[in-house]
Design a protein around this ligand. Structure first.
Ligand code: 1HE
Length: 263
């Protein structure tokens, strides 16, 4: 395992071939609130992942995953600065969602405001018992600006997001998992351990399959059905033509690959 770090963010490499990156928000004293510097560090880190990395985990130091936007930086911004600020978040979280490798969010404690926007840019969210989800923007007199209005309704629907913002509703871990804010709940365990287990497994997939899931599936989901079927045909033919896909199918046919088993 090797380590690099910049101010409020660290990147550690795990696995025999350094195939999993664990990226940790390290502003525990401010509950990992996302300052401009931290948002830019997220952007730069995901843009420059080491070549060995095939899956990533993002987690937060201390008792909370992330308290959202650093509210102390909001005070002096005018309207046009606000647009650029929001666009900076969009660009940074796009590097998470539309980067090179799947990203798993390991959630605990507060996952609120921009923290939930960051989590929703990840491909898988794992929550432990301590996790709670909220969008306090409504009560702070502001609005989401980090892509939450696009991504969060895709997870839970616009009606639930509207309720969270209008009423300040807080979802606990179990209810968050039930409505789709997290795909995994780890009762009595740590989200980081589960996220690492999943990332290690994902890192063994054929890269083209992971790429198709990250880049083709979300686009297909937004295309008219007929276009989606065509895009699916294109991407599936590209994936199956890769030498790695041929080798994996051959291994199964020769009885050398794992069967699908009940959990
Ligand atoms: C902060 C922030 C922050 C904590 N910006 N400084 N997000 C929110 O509205 C959530 C605001 N935070 C909270 O509700 C609570 O801090 C928590 C539930 C996350 C954690 O509570 P707790 O009791 O563990 O910590 P604390 O005592 O409230 O906070 C510790 C310190 O962190 C304290 O500073 P200190 O100097 O007094 O020690 C807090 O002021 C500081 N802190 N959260 C700045 N968010 C792209 S648009 C996105 C829009 C949004 O994200 S809006 C939602 C913002």
């Amino acid at each position: 395992m090797s380590t690099t770090s910049s101010a409020d963010l660290s990147l550690r490499l795990h696995g025999e071939h350094s195939e999993v990156a664990v990226i940790t928000l390290q502003r525990a004293k401010k509950r990992n609130a996302l300052s401009d510097g931290l948002i830019l560090a997220i952007r730069d880190t995901f843009q420059n992942l080491p070549a060995s990395v095939r899956a990533a985990v993002i987690d937060g130091e201390g008792e909370h995953f992330c308290a959202g936007l650093d509210l102390s930086e909001l005070q002096e911004r005018d309207a046009s600065e606000g647009i650029f600020h929001s666009r900076m978040w969009h660009q940074a979280l796009d590097c998470v969602e539309k980067g090179r490798v799947p990203v798993i969010a390991a959630l605990h404690g507060a996952v609120v405001g921009g923290g939930l926007e960051l989590a929703s840019a990840c491909h898988i969210r794992v929550a432990d018992d301590s996790t709670f989800f909220a969008l306090p923007e409504g009560t702070r007199g502001i609005f989401v600006g980090g892509g939450g209005s696009v991504r969060i309704p895709k997870l839970i629907g616009a009606a639930r997001m509207t309720d969270m913002m209008l009423t300040g509703r807080v979802y606990n871990a179990a209810d968050g998992e039930r409505i789709g804010l997290a795909q995994y709940l780890v009762p009595g365990g740590t989200a980081l351990d589960k996220a690492l287990e999943l990332a290690t497994r994902i890192a063994t997939n054929a890269p083209m399959t992971n790429y198709a899931l990250m880049h083709a599936l979300p686009r297909i989901a937004e295309q008219p059905g007929d276009h989606g079927f065509f895009t699916e045909a294109l991407i599936s033919s590209i994936a199956q033509a890769a030498p790695e896909a041929k080798a994996r199918v051959r291994a199964f046919l020769e009885g050398k690959a794992a069967k699908v088993k009940k959990d």
